[in-house]
Design a protein around this ligand. Structure first.
Ligand code: PEP
Length: 255
């Protein structure tokens, strides 16, 4: 048993157009458990942040953004700043999701700049890390995770760690239907916490939440979040259906 409050995020990615996003947000407001025992955030596409935010306004569900640019304003065509996100009620951001790292080419250094900028702006950050299949097969899981944390968290102080959640998302498990076994995931999470102990000390490390992400669904959520060092989940596919996402949040409540 830990006293870390589980945290479940729903990453809607580039899915759900206006009416669908609004409908899902309304269903979630009606069905999700209260925030006494679990923190919940959803991450809609940029274009629907304001409309989804308006629906979530009086609920306990936090509004999150999937990406942002680190500069306040200026000649950065196509980008969106943290203060613009704040304007529409965003309080938590994803950094380093595997699709941004491996499909869109974001480096550890970009992830670090984003983490520092988001913390400066007073946002909560979910820093996503995780190994690719070939790295796992080469026994490099911890090596990859440590590297992504060491570089992604460079310059983050122990005090700022209260605003950081780590999402361990093995790349081979994201959107593939393949899930790490609860035991394998726990092993990786325990190693991640050991890194945090080394970097920030036991007291800070014991409070940082480490989410699991990678094909988490109602059928496997309880076993995964039941592990000592798994403090919730970052959910993709199953976050698009209110009953599935609610069931995962309920599983986190019963941890
Ligand atoms: C994700 O996008 O972070 C994710 C974990 O996706 P999925 O649940 O679909 O594997």
């Amino acid at each position: 048993m830990t006293n870390r409050k589980p945290f479940v995020g729903g990453n809607w990615k580039m899915n759900l157009h206006g009416d669908e996003a609004a409908l899902l947000a309304k269903q979630l407001v009606d069905s999700l458990p209260s925030n006494e025992k679990v923190d919940i955030a959803v991450f809609p596409a940029f274009t629907y942040l304001a409309s989804v935010g308006a629906i979530l306004k009086d609920s306990a569900v936090k509004l999150g953004a999937q990406d942002f640019y680190t500069t306040e304003n200026g000649a950065y065509t196509g980008e969106v700043s943290l203060s613009m996100l704040k304007d529409v009620g965003v309080s938590v951001v994803l950094v380093g999701h595997s699709e941004r790292r491996h499909v869109l080419g974001e480096s550890n250094s970009t992830c670090n700049q984003k983490t520092l900028a988001a913390l400066d702006a007073g946002m909560e950050v979910i820093l996503c890390i995780g190994e690719k299949l070939e790295q796992r097969e080469a026994g490099q899981t911890n090596f990859v995770n440590y590297g992504q944390m060491a570089l992604g968290l460079a310059g983050v102080t122990a005090e700022q760690m209260s605003k950081i959640t780590i999402a361990y998302e093995p790349v081979w498990a994201i959107g593939t239907g393949k899930t790490a076994t609860p035991q394998d995931a726990q092993k990786a999470h325990a190693a991640i916490r050991n890194f945090l102990i080394f970097a920030y000390g036991q007291e800070v490390a014991s409070t940082v939440r480490i989410q699991y992400g990678g094909s988490m669904k109602p059928g496997n959520a309880s076993d995964l979040v039941g592990q000592d060092d798994i403090d919730g989940g970052l959910i993709g596919g199953a976050a698009l259906k209110s009953s599935d996402f609610t069931a995962i949040c309920e599983a986190a409540v019963s941890k």
